[in-house]
Design a protein around this ligand. Structure first.
Ligand SMILES: [Ca+2]
Ligand SMILES: [Ca+2]
Ligand SMILES: [Ca+2]
Length: 280
């Protein structure tokens, strides 16, 4: 029997039931747990510091992948695959994701075999490094590389498309699909992690996002960022001043100021006012 053959009273009843279901679905979407404060990407982009990129020192090994922070035997890759599956995935022993269905946002392709998917750092590790992560402690870098606290830091996408992206930033690589979502997420991830943008990147993001009418996004939380040479109270090694943990201590011992482009020590400290001099 087709719906067209249903008696009018039953049809009306079905319509009323459908309306109630739709209403309940609306209420569920509005529950506080899911309703993040929304914020304009214009606000977030405006709050990113603009600075030239840090060059050198990057290696993929600077970021530890993949961890199992909550010790449930599923590593970060498996957690993302499970979270983003659009059909409940089949899970084997040790949380191995065997099959399911995923949609790759970058190209709109659909996958059932997880081995064809990469877990992409939407803001690549090297780009994060150049934008501020070079000053982070290893623990903060590890937290970034395995960030499950914001849905778009890590996304499951087709491996072939991800590999064409490499370490590039939006002005040199954009996905074929979901472009407004991509630039909005780029800015949001950078904001969450206090990462900087360089000026050509900011110009490009401004142009793209204004073309997208500055989409609103759920405002993410911001994890604690620990940087070497600023929060440590004991002398540290590799990448920071091996003699002093703070500029105050260096100055007290008669060192500084250090100039950008002239003194190697410059890189060991935070140039808060970005005037090219630290420990002045
Ligand atoms: Ca886990
Ligand atoms: Ca870059
Ligand atoms: Ca950049």
């Amino acid at each position: 029997m087709t719906s067209g053959a249903l008696p009018a009273a039953i049809r009306a009843g079905l319509l009323a039931a459908a309306a109630i279901v739709a209403l309940l679905a609306g209420l569920l979407v509005a529950t506080p747990a899911q309703a993040a404060t929304s914020v304009s990407t214009k606000t977030l982009l405006g709050q990113l510091s603009v600075a030239g990129e840090h060059t050198g020192g990057y290696g993929r090994s600077k970021f530890t992948l993949w961890t199992d922070a909550d010790k449930d035997s599923c590593d970060t890759r498996e957690e993302v695959l499970r979270a983003e599956a659009v059909r409940r995935p089949r899970i084997g022993s040790s949380c191995k994701v065997l099959s399911g269905r995923w949609l790759s946002k970058y190209d709109g392709r659909s996958f059932t075999d997880p081995s064809e998917l990469d877990i992409d750092h939407l803001v690549p590790l090297n780009e994060a490094w150049q934008s501020g992560a070079w000053r982070w402690t290893a623990a903060t870098r590890k937290a970034y590389a395995n960030d499950l606290g914001y849905a778009n830091t890590l996304i499951a996408v087709s491996a072939t498309t991800n590999r064409s992206k490499g370490d590039r930033e939006p002005q040199t690589w954009m996905p074929a699909k979901s472009r407004c979502w991509y630039v909005a997420s780029w800015v949001t991830v950078k904001w969450r992690w206090h990462l900087k943008v360089n000026s050509t990147e900011k110009t490009y993001l401004t142009k793209q996002l204004s073309g997208c009418r500055w989409p609103k996004v759920g405002k993410p939380s911001r994890p604690a960022i620990r940087t070497t040479g600023t929060t440590s109270t004991t002398p540290t090694s590799a990448g920071t001043d091996p003699r002093f943990s703070t500029c105050t201590a260096a100055k007290a011992a008669g060192y500084g100021p250090y100039h950008r482009g002239r003194d190697a020590e410059y890189a060991w400290y935070q140039d808060r006012d970005q005037d090219g001099i630290v420990c002045e």
